[in-house]
Write a protein that binds this ligand. Structure first.
Ligand code: ATP
Ligand code: MG
Length: 391
């Protein structure tokens, strides 16, 4: 235990988004100070942190200052350049390591890692050159063309049915490196969040089921109403394997597709806490953000327990524009939080973003209940009040 970083120390995080904000909240609750590096002066995490280092991710002075004030450093954003994490690691413990983040940042490397771990994933091929485009087999169509780097919330993806559409899609994506994936018949989607400590211990949260709308996570349900014991055991085993084989330290989320024939395949992974784990704050005895703190400080990990069935609803900026009102018009209005909070079992989280924009993640609402059905009924009422489509 000699190298455990105890409360009182300062913990640093690369990135100031909502994941960083919830990390800061967890770290502060445990008695740590925090430092956030983000170029935005009003980032969600920067607004609540002891220190804000307002620079870009690769700014040498900013990185030096973050390392100077922090006893250990983590990341909340997977597209932080891996070299920036490597630079920080010259003087401070950084988790996850730049080498692991580099795999997760690149869909081609990510898929290669799944394959190397013996984890099933969608049939796919890399498209970086016109020759590779020409060589694509018919068996991958219809498919989804995804940029290898920088995609999120369904951005940087185009669905294609024919070779002609594929060529046009690659042109539309500026002919950057892409992965073409076969379109699979999904039954439903799940994710598994694991935490791995410096001592190789791996723990996981109970698997969650995720409903996406327009490529963005809309609703997370725990326990998953559809999953079988065999599928969840496979998902846990694969998530552990994926983390261990990268020598990963920190919180890692692996997204899976469950296919109509019952098979499970890995979709992608995120080297940080994940939107599908936000319910862990209110429905589990330890949150994904607290486990991020424990991993980076060398504190013990415990197997998380779900104490309440729950639903998590993402609160997108669209809710501020009821009846299709346009951005920036007087018709923009604050959702009726009071009506939602009147319902017992509702837990409101807003990220402190001043401007609502359509598709922007403004917050989330977790609904816990004594039973899954009770939580569902309250979640449906809250959704109706807020203008979120039923599920
Ligand atoms: P995230 O916000 O999770 O990072 P992303 O933009 O990286 O999202 P993916 O997770 O790759 O995107 O895909 C978004 C959604 O599109 C998936 O959750 C799934 O619903 C659908 N999808 C992606 N790939 C496939 C596929 N091969 N077959 C069928 N559906 C797919
Ligand atoms: Mg995804």
């Amino acid at each position: 235990m000699s190298d455990v970083i105890l409360p009182g120390a300062t913990l640093g995080v690369m990135g100031g988004g909502q994941l960083g904000r919830m990390f800061v909240h967890a770290a502060q609750a445990m008695g740590y100070s925090t430092a956030v590096l983000d170029a935005d002066p009003t980032s969600p995490a920067g607004l609540v942190s002891h220190h804000l280092i307002q620079t870009g991710y690769t700014d040498p002075a900013g990185l030096a200052e973050l390392a100077q004030v922090s006893a250990a450093i983590t990341t909340e954003f997977e597209n932080v350049p891996a070299q920036a994490l490597d630079k920080l690691a010259e003087t401070r413990p950084v988790s996850p390591a730049g080498s692991a983040v580099a795999i997760c940042q690149d869909r081609a490397r990510e898929k290669a890692h799944f394959v190397a771990c013996g984890v099933a994933c969608a049939p796919h091929t890399l498209i970086e050159t016109p020759e590779q485009l020409a060589a694509v087999g018919e068996d991958l169509l219809p498919g989804i063309l995804k940029t290898a780097r920088m995609g999120y919330d369904g951005k940087g993806q185009i669905r294609v049915k024919t070779r002609e559409e594929l060529a046009a899609a690659w042109a539309e994506l500026q002919r950057v490196g892409c992965v073409l994936e076969k379109m699979l018949p999904l039954a439903y989607e799940v994710s598994v969040i694991v935490a791995r400590g410096r001592d190789d211990q791996v723990v996981h949260f109970p698997l969650q089921e995720n409903l996406h709308r327009d490529g963005i996570l809309a609703v997370t349900t725990v326990p998953s109403p559809h999953v079988t014991e065999a599928v969840s055991q496979q998902a846990y085993a694969w998530a552990h394997k994926i983390a261990s084989s990268m020598n990963y330290v920190g919180v890692l989320c692996v997204e899976f597709f469950v296919l109509q024939d019952g098979r499970i395949v890995a979709n992608e992974m995120a080297p940080r806490p994940h939107n599908s784990g936000h319910h862990t704050i209110d429905a589990c005895d330890v949150s994904q953000f607290e486990l991020q703190v424990r991993c980076m400080t060398g504190l013990p990990l415990v197997e998380p327990v779900l104490h309440s069935p729950c639903f998590m609803l993402n609160l997108l900026g669209d809710l501020w524009f009821p009846n299709g009102a346009d951005q920036g018009t007087a018709a923009q209005q604050e959702p009726d939080w009071a009506a939602v909070l009147k319902l017992s079992g509702t837990h409101l989280h807003l990220y402190g973003k001043t401007e609502a924009r359509k598709g922007r993640k403004m917050g989330h609402l977790t609904v816990t209940g004594d039973t899954a059905e009770a939580a569902r009924q309250v979640a449906l009422k809250a959704a109706a009040i807020l203008g979120i489509a039923s599920f």
